[in-house]
Design a protein around this ligand. Structure first.
Ligand SMILES: [Zn+2]
Length: 61
């Protein structure tokens, strides 16, 4: 019942990439670094709801 796990996975733009739509770029952000899942969908650090609203990210250290 064990299947080999792929060690190298090609970047999937739809699963773990930032889904923020940028009109300036004419497409999705597509950033895959630091992407976290938000209510609105996967967002990179510069596209989080807080960042878009111009507010600092609410993180607890
Ligand atoms: Zn982004």
């Amino acid at each position: 019942m064990s299947k080999p796990a792929p060690r190298t996975k090609p970047a999937a733009p739809t699963s773990r990439a930032c889904g923020m739509w940028r009109d300036t770029d004419g497409g999705h952000c597509g950033n895959t670094e630091g992407v976290r899942l938000y209510i609105v969908g996967p967002r990179c650090p510069t596209c989080t709801p807080a960042a878009v609203a111009g507010r600092p990210e609410s993180t607890k250290n």
